[in-house]
Design a protein around this ligand. Structure first.
Ligand code: SF4
Length: 202
């Protein structure tokens, strides 16, 4: 089902229209459905939990690296995160992730990177709520999907509604720009969200 904004581009006049490299309709949906095959209460990670990052959002941040991405952008810096093979990466309980996050001091937020975070929305939603409610952190996520085409009828949208900011869109090599803050190509946007709706765009 297309998002409302697909039908009425005027409703996203604050943002750019979906640009080069955007997947339309079902193609985009196939980037997040079905969700990655991980047991309930677990998340598959592609790397160690990072702390004190200053390149994935404002302030000092924890970064959670997720496994699995179907976008396969030419020039991707993390192609080892693409596979959904369960033997690749570490499958960790959400409770264990929370335990590790609780130990971190001096962080102002967390950013979900990948891979494609939106392949594991259920686990990340729980972690995002924990970060908001127990740690008082802000929560950002990257996605290779384009915001306007994220399905609003399922767990993906529940996850989006929990975010403070989403950096959206695939990496497009021809639009690569090293001067951009927190992102790699000019088509990608920093969307500041409230209850899933765009409040401002960088
Ligand atoms: S969305 Fe990100 S992780 Fe996935 S292929 Fe593109 S650049 Fe790589």
């Amino acid at each position: 089902m297309p998002a409302k904004e697909d039908l009425d581009p005027n409703t996203v006049s604050k943002t750019r229209k979906p640009a080069d490299g955007d997947r339309t309709g079902e193609l985009q949906i196939s980037l997040c459905r079905p969700q990655l095959d991980v047991p309930d209460g677990y998340i598959r990670l592609s790397g160690d939990l990072e702390r004190d990052s200053i390149v994935n959002g404002p302030g000092l941040r924890a970064v959670l690296w997720t496994q699995g991405c179907r976008q396969h952008c030419p020039g991707c810096q993390n192609p080892e995160t693409w596979t959904e093979d369960p033997t690749v990466g570490a499958t960790v309980s959400v409770e264990k992730v929370k335990e590790e996050l609780r130990k971190l001091k001096g962080q102002s937020g967390i950013t979900f990177c990948g891979g494609e975070p939106m392949l594991q929305c259920k686990a990340l939603l729980e972690i995002a709520k924990f970060c908001h409610e127990e740690l008082g952190w802000n929560v950002w996520s990257f996605t290779g999907l384009v915001y306007e085409r994220i399905p609003r009828d399922g767990i993906e949208w529940e996850f989006i509604k929990e975010l403070d900011a989403l950096i959206d869109g695939p990496f497009i090599q021809s639009q690569r720009d090293l001067t951009l803050k927190f992102r790699g190509s000019r088509n990608q946007r920093i969307l500041h969200l409230k209850n899933g709706e765009i409040e401002s765009v960088e």
